[in-house]
Structures are given as structure tokens and as C-alpha cells.
Design a protein. Sequence first.
Length: 428
Amino acid sequence: MKPKNKFQQHILEISKRLPKITEPQKRWAYKHCFDHIGKRNAKGIITCLECGHSWQDNNSPLADAILGCKCPNCNTQLDIKTTRKRVFKEIEYFGIITTCGGFQVIRYFYISVYRKAGEQARYSCSEVVQRWLSPNGKEATIARLRGMSIMYYDLWNFGSKLEIRPYHRAHDIEPIHFYPRQRVIPEVRRNGFNGEYHDIHPLALFRSILTDNKAETLLKTGQTNLLRYIIRYSAKDINPYWNSIRICMRNGYIIEDGSIWCDYIDQLNFFGKDTNSPKYVCPDNLHKQHDLYMKKKEAYIERQQLEEKRQKARENEAKFKELKAKFFGISFTDGTIQVRVLESVNEFMEEGRAMHHCVFNGEYYLKENSLILSATIDGKRIETIEISLKTLKVVQSRGVCNKNTEYHDQIINLVNKNRRLIRKRMAA
Ligand SMILES: [Zn+2]
């Protein structure tokens, strides 16, 4: 792709000054980015897949598997694998952090190794992506073309040139290692970078401290857990928390977990606590305080829901009475089980809550053709019964969580025997 503007043109121009990856850099990458394999066969002969040398091994296979061993020929520390596999192929990404013409540059190399028993390992390395950052955070990407594959978006076309390309997620590479000798532009250092990445991708860290002075402040004051959280969840707006964050910084309080702390500040706001007070925003035990408020909020929501239900019950009480008052007072027993008609919507609510079924939420109190009764033994609820007012038959009788109890048949018999009590009221 041709550069579209002066900025891209300039970057393409100076990118030609970047030196090729050096032999020591390649050697370092090959050594650290891959496991090195010694292939052990059933007779205990080990073949070094780095140099092709083989020798008789005297250790047990288990000791080899745990300790590995050193090749007596090329001196490479080897992982010993007992296998009949002959060919081993691996690919990785390797990164170099450097500068060029006043820009911060992160270079990504696609490296691969092909190993075959009895042969010297063959390594290869090809630069595929460069991410360029100006001192004020303006970005450009230079990359090879990607191959046309539906399955693999990072299949590179190695015949294509390194050119200015529009951003694609394939350019967001997480290499297994960055080369330890690194160069950064003075602006990155000025904005707080001291060589530590705090488990943040270098590009994301540089970009944030070059473009966002809040990120710069967090890095400089050691609030790296919060910074990492904000960078990883780029949708998180930090502005509503900024006053509380400043209280933390003023009090030398380091936030140990960004996500939990932001959540905790939300909870404080919910309960109207002072989020400018160090007493609240700098807790000694963040996780404990967070859990405490979480439980508090759950209890609050539960109370809220209960209140809504009570309100609903109150609203429906009159309508329910109009429909079912003529059945109030019906109750009967066989000496063990007491059965009685529920006489208020509030009772439906209590029954539903105690029995964990939907007699209240399903609004059974408003169903014209159904009558609900509760069966108890010594005051303890056993099952809830629905009778059809059309047929006077038991439609359902259910215990806790809709399960039948051992009294199920006994309850149904008892209800059937007393159907006339209901029929009488209907006639009245
Ligand atoms: Zn060797």
C-alpha cells in the first residue's frame, strides 16, 4: 500500500534506516524462544536435534524427563522426549524494542525451527510487522501482507514487502520474548517508563503514557495495577474515579487490584459513602471490604425485591377478595394434616417464599378458576394444592421446590373427601 499522507511517507522513508536483525540477536532468539529437544529411543540412544549428534544414555527415562541433559557435542541443554516422532516443527514470535529517527519502534519477527533426527536444526527468521509511535503517540504500521487463509489470520506472505498497511488485529502480536537490550525514546522515559513493563504489552504501555497524562501519572506514582486494568479494559472510563485515585496517591496508598478497587468505589457510591475520604477509598484490606459491600448490596437488592412484591400484594388484595372471599374459612383435617384456603395475597407471597415455587410469582391469586390451599403438619408447610373450580379436581399439589412429599397421596385423598365444602360455598 502506498503511504496516504506525509506522516506515513516520512515513516516509510526512515524505516529504511532500521538495521537488519543481527546474528547475536537471532542466536539469542533461537536459544530462548524454543525448547531444545533430545530425542530418546527405546534403547536409550539420545539424538540431539540441534546438532544431530547421538550417544548412549545411562540415566533412567524418568530422570531424563525431569532433569533433561546436556549434549556432549554442542553443549545445548536439552529436554528429553522419548518418542518415535522424527520431525519437529515450531513457530514463535520474537520482538525487538528500538528507536529510529525520533520514533519508538517495536519490531516483530516470525521465527521457526525445523528439526529432524540426525540432521542439524534449521532455523529461520523474518520480520513481519513494525509498529511505529511518534513522541505524541501518533501511530503507523509497517507490515508484510497476510496470506489469504480463512483459518489463520497470521499466515504471512513472505514474498510481500514491508510496507505501510492499514491496522489489522493480526498486527497485535504478543511475542514469546522481547530482546533484552532495548532502546526507548526520551519522551517514553520522561513520562515514567523505567524499564519495567508491569505485565503490560510494551506497545500499549508506551501508547498510553504518550497520549494520556492520567496514565503517565499512574505509572509515575506506582499505581501500576490500576494502570494495567485500565489498559486491558480499554472501555473502562477512569474519569469518574479520578478524585478517589488522587486521594490514594496523596495518602501513599497503592491499589493492589484495579478491577476490585473500581468495583468497590462503585459500591461506596451506591451507598452514598464519601469517596473523597481516605477512610473509605484506602482500605487496609481491599478484598475484605469489597466482599462486605458486595453482600450488603445483595441484601439491599433482596429487600428491594421483597418490597416490590409486598407492594404488588397490596395492590391485588381487593381484587383477590372479590374473587375468592366466599371460600375463606374452609379448612379440614384428617388428624395429621391440616388443609386450609389461603386468604390473602400476602399469604400467597409467604407460601411462595417458604416453598420456593411460583404460587405468588405466577399470580395464582388472580386466576378465576383456581383455588389455592395450603397443607401443613403442626404448622409446618408440606404441600401447596391447586383445585380447579370448574371440575373441583386437584390440578396440582407440590412441596418445596415443586417436589412431591411422602404425604402427597394422603393430601390428595383428604382434599377429594372434602370437595363438598367447596361446592357448598360455590352454590351460596
Ligand atoms: Zn548437540
